[in-house]
Design a protein around this ligand. Structure first.
Ligand SMILES: NC(=O)c1ccc[n+]([C@@H]2O[C@H](COP(=O)([O-])OP(=O)(O)OC[C@H]3O[C@@H](n4cnc5c(N)ncnc54)[C@H](OP(=O)(O)O)[C@@H]3O)[C@@H](O)[C@H]2O)c1
Length: 244
C-alpha cells in the first residue's frame, strides 16, 4: 500500500511540482487548495506521473484557522501520515485580515502551517520515520524581529511582513526539529535518502543544506513566536483569537 503524503497549496507552482515528485516516488498524494477546478487539473497532472496510489484533491482555504482545523481532523482520521509538506504561503500587496481577524501574511505563512503541523503530529509520529517539510523564503532576511503581536509596529509593507511571517515559521521549524529529536519525525527534505536521520536543516537552491538565517535560531524569537502562536491558534480547543 502507498504511504500517504500531503502537500498544502499543491494545485500550482512549487506545491504542484513537489506533489508530482512525491507521486513519482510512489506516495499516495493529497493536495490541498481552494479552487476545485485547479484541483482537478492538478490531479490529472500528478496522476500522469504517479507510480503508487491515485492522488486526490481536498478543498480548504488555509487562511481560515477553522478550515485548517477541519482539514487536520479529516486527514488525521485517515491514519498515519508519512510526509507533510507545508507549502502554503503568500505575499499580500495590501494589508488584509483573515476571517479570524488576524493579519493575513502572518496567518497564511506561519499560523496556518503551525496549526496543521501541531494537529497532525501524532499521525506523523505513527508513521515514523516520517518527515515534515516547511517552505521558507529568502525574504526572512528583510524581517522585523519582534513577535509580541501578529503585526509588527509601523506601516504595512508586504514584502517585509511576508518575510517576518516566514521568519516566524523558520524559528518554529527549528524549535520543532529540536522537540521531535528521537521520535523518528525529521523536519527536512521529503525523500532524499542521503539526508535520512538529519533534522532541522535548511535546504537552499541546488537542493543542498545551507546555513540558517540569522535570527531564526535566536531563543528569544523562538519563545515569542511560540507564545504568540499558542495565543492566536490555541491547541487545547479554545477559539482562534480575534486579535491583530
Ligand atoms: N514563487 C517564488 O518565487 C517563491 C520564492 C520563495 C518562497 N516561495 C514560497 O513557496 C511556496 C509556494 O509558492 P508558489 O509561488 O509556488 O505558490 P503559488 O503559485 O502562488 O500558489 C500555489 C497554490 O497555492 C494555493 N493557495 C494559495 N493560497 C491558498 C490558501 N489560502 N489556501 C489553500 N491553498 C492556497 C493555490 O491554489 P488554489 O487557488 O487552488 O487555492 C495555488 O495553486 C510559498 O510558501 C511561498 O511563500 C515562493
Amino acid at each position: 500500500m502507498s504511504e500517504r503524503a500531503v502537500v498544502t497549496a499543491g494545485t500550482g507552482g512549487i506545491g504542484l511540482e513537489t506533489a508530482k515528485g512525491l507521486a513519482r516516488h510512489g506516495f499516495a498524494v493529497t493536495v490541498v487548495g481552494r479552487n476545485a477546478e485547479r484541483g482537478t487539473s492538478a490531479i490529472k497532472e500528478i496522476a500522469a506521473v504517479a507510480t503508487g496510489a491515485a492522488p486526490r484533491f481536498v478543498t480548504a482555504d488555509l487562511a481560515s484557522l477553522g478550515q485548517v482545523r477541519a482539514l487536520a481532523a479529516h486527514l488525521a482520521a485517515e491514519g498515519p501520515l508519512k510526509v507533510l509538506v507545508n507549502n502554503v504561503g503568500a505575499m499580500f500587496p495590501q494589508r488584509r485580515q483573515t476571517v479570524d481577524g488576524i493579519e493575513s501574511s502572518f496567518a497564511v505563512n506561519h499560523l496556518s502551517p503551525y496549526l496543521l503541523t501541531e494537529l497532525l503530529l501524532d499521525r506523523l509520529q505513527a508513521a515514523a520515520p516520517s518527515r515534515i517539510v516547511n517552505v521558507t523564503s529568502a525574504a526572512v532576511k528583510a524581517a522585523k524581529r519582534t513577535f509580541d503581536a501578529a503585526e509588527p509596529p509601523g506601516g504595512y509593507y508586504g514584502f517585509h511582513w511576508y518575510g517576518r511571517a516566514k521568519l516566524a515559521h523558520l524559528a518554529y521549524t527549528l524549535h520543532l526539529a529540536e522537540r521531535l529529536h528521537g521520535t523518528g519525525v525529521t523536519v527536512f527534505a521529503a525523500t532524499d535518502a542521503s539526508l535520512e536521520g538529519q533534522t532541522g536543516v535548511l535546504i537552499g537552491p541546488g537542493a543542498r543544506p545551507v546555513p540558517v538565517s540569522r535570527g531564526a535560531g535566536d531563543p528569544r524569537i523562538i519563545t515569542q513566536v511560540l507564545e504568540l502562536s499558542r495565543r492566536l491558534a490555541p491547541l487545547g480547543g479554545g477559539p482562534d483569537v480575534q486579535h491583530k
